[in-house]
Ligand binder design. Structure first.
Ligand SMILES: NC(=O)c1ccc[n+]([C@@H]2O[C@H](COP(=O)([O-])OP(=O)(O)OC[C@H]3O[C@@H](n4cnc5c(N)ncnc54)[C@H](OP(=O)(O)O)[C@@H]3O)[C@@H](O)[C@H]2O)c1
Length: 254
């Protein structure tokens, strides 16, 4: 996928996502929370998907207090979810929201850097599943619903492939490489349909995942994930058509 940057000076038009329904997977995480807040602030109805209910409820309350469309909570553990569970998710979104215009795939499982030879087999499998196959199952189940939207958009939150392809990134690194390949394939297969497929490549951000990988780093030196808000609003909204099939690369110097 071609790498692009946010158009210089781009500012989200007020209400650019009004009337749209956006599903955020990993909504209680750093990037997912930022995506949910950004989409809601731009007027979208946001479906908050995550594995733990309490953090989703806190985010729900925050979005309600901020005004805007009423969000929805959808607890789902991607580790154990079956294809039937994913199909049920799509059915529920259709039944309760009537449509789906966008998905942000921001769920991620990372338990720490470890040499491949020492990685615990089941943890390796979980990592591949949550970071790759479960993301695809979720997205696949929602494709028919997205296909009915006028301007559907999928945002894959990607990793810096060179960084997570290095030693000790284990199943997480392998899965994140494969997820980028999957995004490229889907973008290519969607060229003649309304579906827009995007990658979003964030800079280092102050999140739990980052802290697990860089334990000696001062997290306060990193930007908060809400710095992603303009990029997320851009990719989910009509202006994002310009970045169809592209990775919006927010790393410094990109
Ligand atoms: N942070 C960075 O600097 C950075 C830089 C580049 C790219 N990214 C990308 O951003 C994405 C999100 O990372 P993040 O930094 O936001 O991480 P994060 O704050 O740890 O958020 C990850 C979210 O995924 C959820 N999750 C984990 N396992 C799950 C499961 N089985 N089912 C459902 N949800 C599950 C987590 O829930 P729990 O809290 O319950 O575990 C958490 O809410 C990743 O794809 C990463 O590659 C991050």
């Amino acid at each position: 996928m071609q790498h692009v940057t946010l158009p210089p000076g781009w500012v989200a038009p007020a209400g650019s996502l009004r009337g749209r329904v956006v599903l955020v997977a990993g909504a209680a995480g750093g990037v997912g929370g930022a995506a949910a807040r950004a989409a809601a602030a731009a007027g979208a109805t946001v479906v908050l998907l995550g594995r733990r209910v309490k953090p989703l409820e806190r985010l729900y309350d925050e979005l309600v207090a901020a005004g805007g469309a009423q969000p929805a909570i959808y607890p789902l553990d991607l580790e154990g979810a079956t294809p039937e569970d994913h199909a049920m998710l799509a059915e529920r979104i259709e039944a309760e929201c009537g449509r789906l215009d966008g998905i942000v795939l921001a769920a991620a499982r990372f338990t720490g850097l470890i040499p491949l030879a020492q990685s615990e087999p089941l943890e390796f499998l979980r990592s591949i599943h949550v970071n790759l196959t479960a993301q695809w199952l979720l997205l696949q189940s929602c494709l028919p619903l997205l296909a009915r939207a006028d301007d559907p958009s999928v945002v894959f939150v990607l990793e810096d492939a060179a960084r997570v392809g290095k030693a000790y990134w284990g199943g997480y690194g392998v899965a994140r490489h494969a997820l980028a390949t999957l995004a490229t394939m889907l973008a290519s297969e969607s060229e003649n349909s309304p579906l827009r497929v995007h990658g979003l490549l964030p800079p280092p951000l102050r999140t739990a995942l980052r802290a697990r990988a860089y334990i000696a780093e001062d997290p306060t030196a990193l930007p908060a994930p809400d710095a992603l808000a303009p990029a997320i609003t851009y990719l989910l909204g009509p202006d994002g058509r310009e970045a169809r099939g592209c990775v919006l690369d927010l790393r410094t110097g990109a």
